[in-house]
Design a protein around this ligand. Structure first.
Ligand code: 5GP
Ligand code: SF4
Ligand code: MG
Length: 460
């Protein structure tokens, strides 16, 4: 998963992008980068490992003038977390420049890359996104949107892109519409972002979504839209954006994430009640809204039973105490006052490997809870994602290797209840049709990648 952002037509576009990236930090913490273009057509890039606040400074933005900029926050996968793979990609060719930032995963990147290498291309990274840059370089068109349309022809899988070609900002979304992308206005200019919360922070006004299969071009000639891949693919918006990824203050796929999560929580309470429970609590922060929905529907009090430490960096020193729950203990603590002697419902948005959950349950028990009833506001995750989410191999997914009873035993709860697939799809705004739910259902909207994704630098 990644966050992308772009600005056209505002002075200090790099500084605006810098601010926007702070609001997209939750979509990727591995690296952050910005490319800007100044009035003399000079493109400058800065890409750093780590958080936006660690790598990019307001001071540095002052040395990146211009009305055109794009930015990226990256959530990498194991093995490909290097500066070479940080974005935006910036390349110079035919006397011009092109810069690109990508959210998603191109499922046929390896095949395209093999073809390009066969024809003489030399790659600088292992990222799937770089194939688009090479194809842009080969285009014979002079219109930026035509160049991008040609470059994307035959590209499969998930992509939301912000691209700079010359003096033009482009935004593109794949025909399935896997990932969210919106356009806003800011003064006389435009802002493009993965989520609306990034428009809010820079004071932009939401205009609309970039539509699936659409390329939008923004430059001195104004805003132009082209539907380059008209309704050629079934709509497959990632339902996990509503469940876990996006921020609750965002609208994704034109729906409120907060409302989606509350509805998921309410539906979960209807499907999976916990008759003996005294109270409900969330695993903060991602399941706060779902727990609120569960508590409302079940008329149980919502308590703050788990406290999360927000100041633990991505790389903290391994705790000295041994045991499988040590990592969890560094990040969370339980509130004894709330839990002693109580039968509790612990709401979380998802269980992936089950390791965090198991640690949390043992914390809750150690704090004195009498019964622990786990409720999950999405169905069991049984398969990998090919569309930009770093889900582990199938074998590491606890719901692939264990039955419901097996998972309950493994994580140490008195009862376990997941939301049903239909319950989830009916709860999200704009559902039940038009969503990808492959990691839950096995119903993949595209062919699975033919070769190992890691070779192509499985990206965000
Ligand atoms: P597990 O018990 O499977 O180890 O962890 C479950 C927790 O991981 C849940 O709180 C859920 O919010 C969180 N989670 C779900 N998907 C992802 C993901 O893609 N990345 C990260 N970092 N956490 C996730
Ligand atoms: Fe989203 Fe799951 Fe589909 Fe991936 S497989 S796009 S995480 S719903
Ligand atoms: Mg969580």
């Amino acid at each position: 998963m990644c966050g992308i952002f772009g600005v056209y037509g505002q002075p200090n576009a790099a500084a605006i992008t810098h601010l926007g990236l702070y609001s997209l930090q939750h979509r990727g913490q591995e690296s952050a980068g910005i490319v800007s273009v100044d009035g003399n057509h000079i493109a400058r890039g800065s890409r750093k490992m780590g958080l936006v606040s660690e790598g990019l400074s307001a001071q540095e933005m002052e040395s990146m003038p211009g009305v055109l900029a794009i930015g990226h926050t990256r959530y990498s996968t194991a093995g490909s977390s290097t500066l070479d793979n940080a974005q935006p990609v910036l390349a110079r060719f035919k006397g011009g420049h092109v810069a690109l930032a990508h959210n998603g995963n191109i499922t046929n990147a390896t095949e395209i890359r093999d073809d390009l290498e066969e024809a003489g291309s030399i790659f600088a990274s292992t990222m799937d996104s770089e194939v688009v840059v090479h194809r842009l370089a080969r285009s014979r068109s002079t219109e930026p949107e035509q160049m991008l349309a040609e470059a994307l022809d035959g590209v499969e899988g998930a992509y939301c892109l912000v691209v700079i070609i010359g003096e033009t900002l482009l935004a593109a979304r794949d025909p399935h519409g896997f990932r969210p992308l919106v356009i806003g206005t800011l003064g006389d200019g435009y802002v493009v972002a993965s989520e609306t919360c990034a428009l809010d922070i820079v004071g932009a006004t939401l205009m609309r979504e970039v539509m699936p299969g659409e390329i939008v071009a923004m430059d001195s000639r104004g805003l132009r839209s082209s539907q380059v891949f008209p309704q050629s693919k079934p709509l497959a918006r990632c339902v996990f954006e509503h469940v876990y990824f996006a921020r609750p203050d965002s609208y994704v796929f034109s729906g409120s994430v907060d409302r989606a999560r509350r509805a998921l929580g309410r539906q979960l309470a209807r499907e999976q009640p916990a008759p003996t429970a005294d109270l409900v609590f969330a695993v903060p922060d991602s399941s706060n809204a779902a727990a609120l929905g569960y508590a409302e529907e079940s008329r149980l009090p919502l308590e703050l039973a788990l406290i999360r430490n927000h100041y633990i960096g991505r790389t903290f020193i391994q705790p000295t105490q041994s045991g499988r729950d040590a990592k969890v203990k560094v990040k969370y603590n339980a509130v004894k006052e709330v839990l002693v002697g109580k039968s509790v419902v612990m709401v979380d948005d998802s269980i992936v490997r089950g390791t965090t959950t198991r640690g949390l349950v043992s914390l809750i028990r150690a704090a004195g809870a009498r019964e622990v009833h786990m409720r999950v506001s999405s169905p069991p995750i049984t398969g990998p994602c090919y569309y930009g989410i770093d889900t582990p191999n199938r074998e590491e997914l606890i719901a692939h290797t264990h039955t419901l009873e097996g998972i309950a035993k493994q994580i140490g709860v008195d009862s376990l209840g997941y939301l049903s697939l239909q319950g989830m799809l009916h709860a999200v705004p704009g559902g039940p049709q038009g969503f990808c739910h492959a990691c839950f259902s096995g119903d993949y909207p595209t062919a699975a990648p033919l070769v190992d994704l890691m070779r192509a630098g499985k990206d965000c």
